[in-house]
Design a protein around this ligand. Structure first.
Ligand SMILES: Nc1nc2c(ncn2[C@@H]2O[C@H](COP(=O)(O)OP(=O)(O)OP(=O)(O)O)[C@@H](O)[C@H]2O)c(=O)[nH]1
Ligand SMILES: [Mg+2]
Length: 308
């Protein structure tokens, strides 16, 4: 079995080259057949509500911080105070985390790593949100007005853990959360103590994702609706990525499925798995690979690293 990539020191791994390959593999491929815009009306409502926010908490998937960034939201937010939460911190490695922490530190952007399931990061998040928004009440006081609760809006792509984070903050299940995109359908204000109000919002996907590489990663990480992509195509690319990742490699794929991966023939791999386990059903085989990745069966690894 060809296994040379496995010997690479993860510190030496060329992430930019992997990114270039993902772009190449996805070129000309249109996985999202026009059903991206799911929350048109809410999007307008959210845009209006954002104007009322003292601080905005933008939740991203720590496995794909760039693919879950939101150029449209950037425009809406202008220079409003913002905290970036890299949620699902349990799904990346310590060195992924270090790479992203220093990337954002260099940019002077406030980021908090969090786990919406277990609650890590939530205390720090509340403290930071309050600290950032405290200025509001200082201003009000100087005008002779009574203090009011600080308003924080939680925004981001679907399924990245927005509602879970709110539930962790409140220590109560106030907002429905479940392992699929599109659970939260409406804007919902919840009160946290007497001095913080949080807005839960549905996951928003930009109208059009021009960046195919980002689109594929969103699909792999289950951050967009299943109906909008072809499982077999996405799983094929995932196999190619996994074969290259220093923390996974051909060996981990072989150990799990007893099928050789060569890093370029993801489709072949999916077909072989289909024949082996699912009577030739590639859809089921693709689903197995995707859900194995999402459950961490190949270990935990980010799918992208900062380029500088
Ligand atoms: N492993 C892990 N799972 C998480 C984490 N945060 C949330 N989850 C799980 O991810 C799933 C989605 O969480 P939600 O809170 O519903 O996500 P959301 O962003 O509100 O999703 P929408 O409302 O669909 O936009 C749930 O099954 C959570 O238990 C985390 O940090 N790590
Ligand atoms: Mg939600």
């Amino acid at each position: 079995m060809e296994n040379s990539k496995l010997d690479i020191d993860p510190g030496e791994f060329d992430w930019a080259e992997l990114e270039a390959d993902i772009c190449h593999w996805t070129k000309g491929y249109v996985p999202f057949s026009g059903i991206l815009v799911t929350f048109g009306k809410t999007e307008k409502e959210l845009k209006d509500q954002l104007k009322l926010m003292d601080v905005v908490i933008e939740v991203r998937d720590a496995r794909i911080p760039l693919a879950t960034s939101h150029p449209q939201m950037d425009l809406w937010l202008g220079n409003r105070k913002r905290i970036i939460v890299l949620n699902r911190e349990d799904m990346i490695s310590a060195s992924d985390r270090n790479a992203w922490a220093s990337y954002y530190a260099r940019q002077g952007t406030k980021v908090i790593f969090a786990n919406g399931q277990l609650g890590m990061g939530s205390l720090k998040l509340t403290r930071l949100a309050k600290a950032l928004a405290d200025g509001v009440n200082i201003k009000r006081k100087s005008k002779g007005l009574l203090p009011r609760p600080v308003r924080a809006g939680i925004v981001g792509y679907p399924n990245v853990g927005k509602s879970s984070l709110i539930n962790r903050l409140l220590k109560r299940r106030m907002c429905p959360a479940a392992p699929r995109p599109g659970v939260t359908r409406e804007l919902k204000w919840v009160r946290f103590g007497k001095d913080l109000e949080l807005l839960d919002s549905p996951g928003i996907i930009p109208m059009r994702i021009n960046d195919q590489s980002a689109a594929i990663k969103l699909a792999i990480c289950d951050d967009i609706g299943e109906r909008s992509y072809d499982f077999s195509e996405v799983a094929a690319i995932l196999v190619q990525i996994l074969a290259r990742l220093p923390a996974v490699g051909n060996k981990a794929l072989y150990n799990r499925y007893k099928i050789e991966a060569d890093g370029r023939a993801g489709r072949n791999f999916v077909e072989k798995l289909a024949l082996k386990l699912f009577n030739g059903d590639t859809h089921q085989a693709a689903f197995r690979i995707l859900s194995d990745f999402r459950k961490g069966r190949f270990g935990w690894s980010a799918l992208e690293r900062p380029s500088n």
